[in-house]
Design a protein around this ligand. Structure first.
Ligand code: 5GP
Length: 190
C-alpha cells in the first residue's frame, strides 16, 4: 500500500533504462581514465557530486567505475526563481581536500541553462586540477546557454521539468527510481 499520494507522473526513463545507461557511462569513464589514474603512479580519480540532486546518480555511477576513486561533494544554491537559475551561485558546502594536480569529474543531475555548472567549473578550474570533466545524468540542450560540454552524458531531454532519481520538486520525489515528468493536476478526471 502506498503511504502518500503520488503526483501524476509520466515515466521518461524507467529504472532499467537508467541502470543500463549508467553502467555504460561507468565503463566509458573507466576506459577514459584507466591509463592516467590507475597503476602504481596513479592517484585515482576525484568524483565531485553536486548536492543534492546528484546523490543517486553518483552512488550508482561510481559502482561502475573500475578505478581508484575518491568521492567529494560540493553544495551550491543558485539564486533565481523556482524553475530558472540566474547564474549567481553560492557555494554552501566545499570540498574537504585540494584537487590540485588531480583528475576531477563533476557529477550533476541535470545541466539546464548550464549557468550553475559554468560557475562550478570556473571555481574548480582555479584550484589547478590536472583535468576537469563533467558527467551529468540529463541535459536540456535547447537551454544550455552557457555552452557546457557534458563529457559523460546519460540522456538529452526536451525543455521539460523532470523529477526522480535524485531530482526534486519542492524537496520531494528524489527517491523515485525513475525519471518522470510531473503532469498537471487533473483531480476529478480518471
Ligand atoms: P542550470 O544552472 O543548469 O540552469 O540549473 C541546474 C540546476 O537546476 C540543476 O542542478 C537542478 O537542481 C535544477 N534543475 C534544472 N532543470 C530541472 C528539472 O527539470 N527538474 C529538476 N527537478 N531540477 C532541475
Amino acid at each position: 500500500m502506498a503511504f502518500f499520494t503520488q503526483p501524476r507522473l509520466e515515466v521518461l526513463f524507467d529504472k532499467e533504462a537508467i541502470a543500463k545507461r549508467v553502467a555504460a557511462l561507468g565503463k566509458e569513464i573507466t576506459q577514459h581514465y584507466r591509463d592516467d589514474v590507475a597503476g602504481p603512479d596513479g592517484r585515482g580519480l576525484v568524483v565531485v557530486g553536486i548536492l543534492k540532486g546528484s546523490f543517486v546518480f553518483l552512488a550508482d555511477l561510481v559502482r561502475h567505475i573500475d578505478l581508484p576513486v575518491q568521492i567529494e561533494f560540493m553544495g551550491c544554491s543558485s539564486y533565481g526563481d523556482a524553475t530558472e537559475s540566474s547564474g549567481a551561485v553560492q557555494v554552501t558546502q566545499d570540498l574537504t581536500k585540494p584537487v590540485s594536480g588531480r583528475h576531477v569529474i563533476v557529477v550533476e543531475d541535470i545541466v539546464d541553462t548550464g549557468l550553475t555548472m559554468r560557475y562550478l567549473l570556473d571555481n574548480l578550474q582555479s584550484r589547478g586540477p590536472k583535468s576537469l570533466k563533467v558527467a551529468s545524468l540529463l541535459e536540456k540542450p535547447e537551454k544550455n546557454r552557457a555552452n557546457i560540454k557534458v563529457d559523460f552524458l546519460g540522456f538529452s531531454i526536451p525543455d521539460q521539468f523532470v523529477v526522480g532519481y535524485g531530482l526534486d520538486a519542492g524537496g520531494l520525489y528524489r527517491n523515485l527510481p525513475f525519471v518522470g515528468l510531473v503532469l498537471p493536476d487533473t483531480a476529478g478526471q480518471s
